[in-house]
Design a protein around this ligand. Sequence first.
Ligand code: MF3
Ligand code: CO
Length: 251
Amino acid sequence: MISVKTERELEVMRRAGRIAAGARALAGSMVRPGVTTMEIDKAVHDYIVSQGAKPSFLNYSGYPASACISVNDVVIHGIPDGRVLREGDIVSVDVGAYWGGFHGDCAATFACGSISAEAEKLIAVTKQSFFEGMKFARQGYRVSDISHAVQSYVEANGFSVVRSFVGHGVGEKLHESPEVPNFGAPGRGPRLVRGMTIAVEPMVNQGTYDVRVLKDQWTTVTTDGKLSAHYENTVAITDGEPEILTVTEEL
Ligand code: MF3
Ligand code: CO
């Protein structure tokens, strides 16, 4: 069952989304050589709480932090720790905020100081692949029309999309149906209807799409050790343009 949100519920989700996006922007502003991922996580936590919200990820299935911070070959679910960021790293930050009974979920990859041209391209292609997907996040299209648009753009640029993790519906629960893969043939899956809210989140690898989960059961890395980037927003389907809910004033 895919939940359809009322205008009143969407108003709450705009607030949750704004808080999540503010936390993402704050985290991004902290990415520089010498900072630890734990310091960024603490700032994210304190910001979300200061807004009267709760970090969606903290204690979710036992997850021990407020943000996922995934450096270089870490694809997703990097657990913040004492790791010191270094010049040239690429740093994916994923955050969720729970406010008024609803979640906002978003992520982005940031450059630590100056990074390689290939890493710059990976980050740019990952972000643009989300917006390619948005062209199909409209009433009347099907879920996999988004998936196909993301995959086509990424592969045309020489990168690969992760298969074993996908985007998702989001609302009263962090993960709701439908699943929103970043790959696949078009014209499949549920039809998009006004009021659906989905987290579209391409995870894009420089090399193979294969990933593996480390023994901590969270940290997910590329099997070839090459770079990975992530970009995510919570999006509402409308009767026109999709509405991105995870936005801040300064964006
Ligand atoms: N944005 C990720 C997701 O939608 C974050 C989940 S991390 C977890 O799946 F800790 F909450 F699991
Ligand atoms: Co998500």
